[in-house]
Write a protein that binds this ligand. Structure first.
Ligand code: FES
Length: 70
């Protein structure tokens, strides 16, 4: 969702592609290697070949600082 900060694992659950080089859209983050899209709220893959959800982390913004619960 636009204007929202999400924190997820960096590496795709399918074949270890770096998702920071992927593509963001309203659907989520698209893996640059085989194009699975992961929902940024719950990490669920929206299409094959990925089947395993991406880990997502709680984010809190306080006084212009971003905190990620790991
Ligand atoms: S490495 Fe990400 S979908 Fe295959």
């Amino acid at each position: 969702m636009k204007g929202t900060i999400h924190a997820t694992d960096l590496i795709c659950t399918h074949a270890e592609a770096d998702l920071s080089t992927g593509f963001l859209s309203d659907e989520g983050v698209r893996c640059p290697l085989h194009l699975s899209v992961f929902n940024l709220e719950n990490g669920e893959p929206q299409n094959p070949p990925a089947e395993i959800p991406l880990r997502v982390y709680n984010v809190k913004i306080q006084q212009d600082e971003i905190y990620v619960e790991v």
